[in-house]
Design a protein around this ligand. Sequence first.
Ligand code: PHE
Length: 340
Amino acid sequence: MNKDRIEEAQAEALEACKAAETPEALEGVRITYLGRKGLLPAMMKGLKGLAPGERAAAGRAANAFKEAVTQALAERRRTLQAPAPVAGGPGADTSLPGRWHRLGSMHPVSRVIEEAVRIFGEVGFTVAEGPDIESAYHNFEALNTPPHHPSLDPQDTFWLDSGELLRTQTSPVQIRVMESRQPPVRVITPGRCYRRDTTDATHSANFHQIEGLHVDENGGSLSDLKGVLAHFAHEMMGPEVGVRFRPHFFPFTEPSVECDFSCHVCGGGGCRVCKFSGWIEIAGAGVVDPRVYAKVGYDAERLSGYAFGMGVERIAMVKYGIEDIRMLYDNDVRFLEQFA
Ligand code: PHE
């Protein structure tokens, strides 16, 4: 093979490398051109038969052939072994339909809690937490709830064999916070609560509350409490929401109130969510009873404050127009996707 023929063969070999679509095909190309019985050894042998004038040029061409084909094989091998092109990357087919990824969404209960933490955070409340498994002392006794109180009844409270219980309210976290720090205290404590309620459209054995506690020297009065809850209502539901307070009783606050929001779903006209009353009971609240201060070693003479406990599911139901509390726990993605 003279120089020209070798160069022709080189061009042909390089084409074959490019055309090989699989590693196996490429190996075939290597064998054909560089293999022991392939073209290159034959080429080298053939040099001897050439006229001395042609031999040197053909020898150089053969070396160039070997080098170029070796390099082309290596390059092509790398391409064939490379991972498939990524979306949008070089080689991606931008005309293909996109892949559909389902977007996760935040659960409405989590959304309400997150929003409440923001709203109260803006007026100086920080977040505190306590355990779901509580002592009877923290859940009842320290909250001035006597042992014969009906809420201790096994029909209402999940008691554990250990003598502890699943907290029926977030109020025990008030006690834990006051036991562990000195006033001023201004905390909210979102968390899960448990009661032996029969599940229906408005009751669940497992629900969430957000507790609030503000204690200071000349700290919180009933009017401060009303101001804070009204501010919260307007931030959470919008400026048009109505807020009302009704006298009530809790063992750990005196005076005590219940706080209702006007129904956001019907605007107060009456609908299924508010059971046609126009109002939804959202929170229990009141001025902290001095007996609670005594339990945690606070000086009741010097201090005053208020506390509240709101139902998170209640807020979510009026805010988003959810008629049945069970929808919040069915984990039906068609429901949850609406909160994306
Ligand atoms: N813990 C009470 C309940 O679950 C609500 C409450 C909290 C009332 C704080 C007064 C003060 O009903």
